[in-house]
Design a protein around this ligand. Sequence first.
Ligand code: SF4
Length: 144
Amino acid sequence: MDNKKYTIEKNKKYFEKFAKIPASKKIIFVPQCLRNIKKCKAKELGSYYLCVECGGCKIAKIVKMAKENGFMGLRILKGGSIVKKMVKELNPGAILGVACYFEGTQGIKICEKNKIPVYFYPLSKDGCEDTDVDLDNLTKLIKF
Ligand code: SF4
């Protein structure tokens, strides 16, 4: 099964469980390729970054929405495999993961092993840098 089909199936499987977890126990993971690397002032903390909301990319808007809706927080990950480390550190109740299909598949597999409901939201433009995400549907998911 290709990564896109895999993520669609897993989203169907876990959406109900994901939706039942309160926002305060949900964390958002986004990929580092969404950052505006020319302007980014995010704090680098080993395998992830913390956005300081400089406004240089869409992550600042996602952080703002996460705060307004009472989420645990947001981490900018350096790769899907880091989800394992983050799960150990943060022990979230559910994960909303933004990524490309490849990284998303890796992340979902880690969540399944750790029995954490996950909802995957694909990038609208992927790549190694200057990627993009559609904020309209992501906003609906965060406010859900
Ligand atoms: S909004 Fe956050 S992630 Fe985006 S460029 Fe600024 S500090 Fe970096």
